[in-house]
Design a protein around this ligand. Structure first.
Ligand code: 5AD
Ligand code: SF4
Length: 447
């Protein structure tokens, strides 16, 4: 190449910022692969990007507002480089559509979560600039994959999208639409493809993943437990996880899979939101605190060492001090490994939106009290690991030389001292120490 050649073949650069849940992380990866086929490579540096894609979250008000502050910061970059393409994807795109462009004219395209397969055509200018419909076809069938590229040892795989539960506080049924389960054959194909690319652990994703009921390879409908059993037979897949689940969809065959499938990790995220029957009813959760506790008993009977985690909302409209105490009591009864807790955020379009809110300072105080209890439980769970030998899948180098970081069976971050182990190794590790947010272990053997 002479000095005068322009680097016409140089790849264009794509910067993606992902907000919110793991489903968005998975979607961003798939969009990156689809744009890869269009000649875009990912960059970590927004200022050198030819295209910036913001994959957004609408679950709470604060999450949605982040989009607009980020777009505000992109204005000067676009003024400097008018060719820069700015796209908004994800649940804010779905919920607000055209409003985004009206409020922020720097935005070139808006694409809802069900139409990512149309993104390349949108970028080429061969499709509308705003697409937020709910098409019938499976978007993932139309998103190209870069089959040859190596992947990190732990990957996400979306098997189910959308939600029909309509909890009174939640935007998901509106932004992600009705529940759709992908068929077994496509899931197995994607899982085998991931394994061929170096993946050893797969987390099955869905807004209501344990409600998955897809067409089996035998032409019959399968339940989620059966899907997990089939994945347990997949050669080279060492670990299976899933998130996020609804208590009412913990079917018997799924609980039994926790007993029978060794690859299914002893970790379950099962949001309960509240421990008060009054509030659970107002939230439209369709179960009581007692039913949740009995369910936990059955899960623990099947897999006694399982680590349980949950989500909680404090300050839901109508929540009294007694309701809050009931939630604290449920937390004490279950003893969670860790949990996420949020102050209620009213979301336009949801049934709870118009209901009278709990005083903000009262909700803040309840959140603090609840988080302090959960932090104590988290610390105790972590300290309880000391002295135990657990599986650890190495995912990256540690900050210091001779150190690597992986995830335990129970999803704790674990530092191990090693100069010989590789990323992707699955090791038996004896835990010797618990630090603030991680564990420290010594390798016992490779598995
Ligand atoms: N306000 C606060 N938290 C919410 N979540 C969902 N919607 C809201 C809301 N409007 C929480 C729930 C859910 C998690 C993903 O986010 O706890 O399980
Ligand atoms: Fe939202 Fe989960 Fe309830 Fe569905 S089950 S409406 S995703 S909180």
């Amino acid at each position: 190449m002479s000095d005068h050649d322009t680097p016409a073949q140089a790849a264009k650069k794509l910067f993606i910022k992902t907000y919110g849940c793991q489903m968005n992380v998975y979607d961003s990866q798939r969009m990156a692969e689809a744009m890869g086929a269009e000649g875009y490579v990912l960059t970590e540096n927004q200022s050198e990007a030819d295209m910036v894609l913001l994959n957004t979250c609408h679950i709470r008000e604060k999450a949605a507002e982040k989009l607009y502050s980020d777009l505000g910061r992109l204005k000067p970059l676009k003024a400097e480089r008018p060719d820069l393409k700015i796209g908004v994807a994800g649940c804010v795109a779905q919920a607000e559509g055209e409003e985004i462009v009206r409020r922020m004219p720097v935005v070139d395209l808006v694409v809802g979560p069900q139409t990512y397969h149309r993104l390349p055509a949108m970028v080429r200018g061969e499709a509308p600039k705003i697409i937020t419909d709910f098409p019938e076809e499976d978007k993932f069938d139309h998103l190209p994959q870069q089959r040859a590229t190596r992947r990190a040892p732990a990957a996400f795989l979306t098997v189910q999208e959308g939600c029909d539960k309509f909890c009174a506080f939640c935007v998901v049924p509106y932004t992600r639409g009705a529940e759709v389960s992908r068929p077994v054959e496509r899931i197995m194909r994607e899982a085998r493809d991931l394994v061929a690319r170096g993946v050893r652990e797969i987390t099955l994703l869905g807004q209501n993943v344990n409600g998955w009921h897809g067409m089996g390879e035998d032409g019959r409908e399968w339940g989620f437990g059966r899907l997990i059993r089939a994945l347990g037979e997949a050669e080279g897949l060492e670990r299976i996880r899933y998130t996020t689940s609804h208590p009412n969809d913990m079917a018997d065959d799924l609980i039994e899979a926790h007993r029978d499938v060794p690859q299914l990790m002893p970790y379950l995220h099962l949001p309960v939101q509240s421990g008060s029957d009054r509030i659970l009813k107002a939230m439209n959760r369709k179960h009581t605190a007692e039913q949740y506790l009995r369910l936990i008993d059955r899960i623990r009977d099947a897999r006694p060492d399982i680590m349980l985690t949950s989500d909680f909302i404090v300050g839901f409209p109508g929540e009294t001090d007694q309701d809050h105490q009931d939630t604290l009591r449920l937390i004490e009864q279950v003893d969670f490994g860790t949990a996420f807790s949020f102050k209620y955020s009213p979301r336009p379009g949801t049934p709870a939106y118009e209901r009278a809110e709990v005083d903000g300072a009262v909700a803040d105080a309840r959140l603090q009290e609840l988080q302090a209890l959960l932090t104590r439980q988290q610390k105790a769970a972590q300290e309880g690991m000391v002295g135990r030998t657990v599986g650890v899948l190495l995912e990256k180098q540690g900050r210091e030389a001779g150190q690597m970081i992986g995830k335990s069976d129970y999803l704790h971050s674990v530092f191990v001292d090693t100069t010989t182990a590789q990323i992707g190794d699955l090791l038996q590790v004896r835990i010797i120490e618990s630090a603030s947010n991680s564990l420290h272990g010594k390798i016992v053997s490779a598995t």
